[in-house]
Write a protein that binds this ligand. Structure first.
Ligand SMILES: [Zn+2]
Length: 187
């Protein structure tokens, strides 16, 4: 299990950049690109054996801030159903019931046929039944009510949505900058 746990890479100002494998993190350490790190418990990555049979190893922090380009100024999170359903806590935003991924659909609040865009602010998770009932209408036209206002995840929320195996200290770091109105379910 621990092998799937990844390391949160930040830029030097502390903004999350990516989840990286322990091997990729080791490369960043080796290239001397890790500026500072955070987290309570480190990961051990075993290396090779030397002539006298000692195995080398490297301790990796769960959160590392690295040198390099600070990245784009504005962050535009890619929209996918997987992330959308996680954002909405796997609940249909009309009836409020919880569903698995296969039973959820991407509903456009202002329907595409009425010119509604395909972006985070105009989409919610909806069960097939509610989506079918709503059809090509807005919630007002269909007499339906949204359970929550959809929001665009910031980079901290996006990193949370992008990884199912987040450790306590990593979660704490991300959560400190959540702005979404929804209560976030524990991963
Ligand atoms: Zn529903």
């Amino acid at each position: 299990m621990t092998s799937q746990v990844r390391i949160l890479r930040l830029n030097k100002s502390g903004l999350p950049q990516a989840w990286v494998s322990r091997e990729d993190a080791a490369t960043l350490y080796a290239k001397d690109q890790v500026l500072w790190s955070l987290g309570s418990e480190s990961f051990r990555l075993n290396g090779g054996y030397n002539q006298i049979g000692e195995r080398s190893h490297l301790m990796l922090a769960p959160i590392i801030a690295c040198t390099g380009k600070t990245g784009k100024k504005s962050f535009t999170p890619a929209l996918s159903n997987r992330m959308l359903f996680r954002r909405d806590g796997h609940r249909c935003m009309y009836c409020g019931f919880e569903f698995d991924d296969r039973s959820l659909t991407r509903d456009h609040i202002i329907p595409r046929v009425q010119g509604g865009p395909d972006n985070w602010k105009n989409v919610v998770a909806a069960c097939a039944r509610c989506n079918g009932h709503k059809g090509g209408r807005t919630p007002e036209q269909a007499g339906m009510e949204l359970m929550a206002i959809p929001f665009v995840p910031n980079v901290f929320e996006f990193m949370y949505l992008a990884n199912r195996l987040i450790r306590g200290d990593q979660m704490e770091y991300l959560q400190s900058r959540f702005t979404g109105q929804r209560c976030w379910e524990a991963a």
